[in-house]
Write a protein that binds this ligand. Sequence first.
Ligand code: AQP
Length: 329
Amino acid sequence: MDKKIILSGIKPTGIPTLGNYIGALRNWRLMQQDDKYCYYMVADLHALTVRNDPDELRQQTRSMAALLIACGIDPERSPLFIQSHVPAHAELAWILNCFTYMGELQRMTQFKDKAAKHADNINAGLFTYPSLMAADILLYQPHYVPVGEDQKQHVELARNIAIRFNNAFGETFVVPEPIMPKFGARIMGLQDPEHKMSKTDTNPNGYISLLDEPAVIMKKFKKAVTDCEPVIAYAEGRYGCNNLLTVYCACTGKTMEEAVKDFEGAGYGKLKTAVAEAVIAEIEPVQQEYKRILADVTYLDSVLKNGAEKAGETAQKTLDLAFARVGLR
Ligand code: AQP
């Protein structure tokens, strides 16, 4: 049986949020089936687009790897690796930069958002981030890339780059498709539900970190911004309420109709408590597993070494082909 190839990654810019978990990580676990072969990556090169502390980056990269295993990534089955351990990423990124138009990069929503947030450091890496991400993806010839909604635009750009390269030099890259979860492709901030939940939000009450204690999770949900409508419903413009209901569905497996029914005649207090309990039930086991894995230094080192070897083998084959196609070898 020809397996479908999957590739996805996450930046070690902090502890993943509930948004990262529902939008991406949880689905990474579910993708690991017999008809698929998955590569998962901690994208440390991408973390350099904002000023970073070297020790903190090293620590967050390991911590992220441990968390991915705790979330259910099985490294025996799916190579788990650190992006910078596979040099082919940076090498292919240069070639793909030459196949990416300035206009395309200028249209990227994330570039515009991050440039506004870090106006004192709008560096070229932030601008060309999507061509490195295209290299991250195309090196593994994946059919699917599971992402949250905010990254869909980048995967679409990777598709365009692949098609452009293939048209110029002959079939080289598989053209991948983004896949997003049914519920929670865009989990919103708890304090500003019109913007996505982000792990680098300066207000910690805006996000649920995967390592927040249960009492903290409860407190943050209780403070979540909702609205003054008396009835709990999923409706246009009710950002805070919609977000809580979406998280509830994602963590309980209920449909939106069932969720709304659960809160018929109830107030926001009941909704917030129920959402917090569902989230705690989902992430408490992850937290326990995380502590165990992070403490096992030898195990984590060997997982990352093996992951980089396996990923590196595949990546090198694609890089060699791309080099040959453009006339570098
Ligand atoms: N709020 C979200 N809802 C659903 N999915 C989300 N993702 C991120 N935020 C949400 C998905 O998580 C995966 C990993 O994201 P990333 O860390 O590589 O980059 P990001 O999208 O920039 O995430 P953050 O949390 O906002 O990081 P910072 O604050 O460093 O920029 C991706 O699949 C993403 O779609």
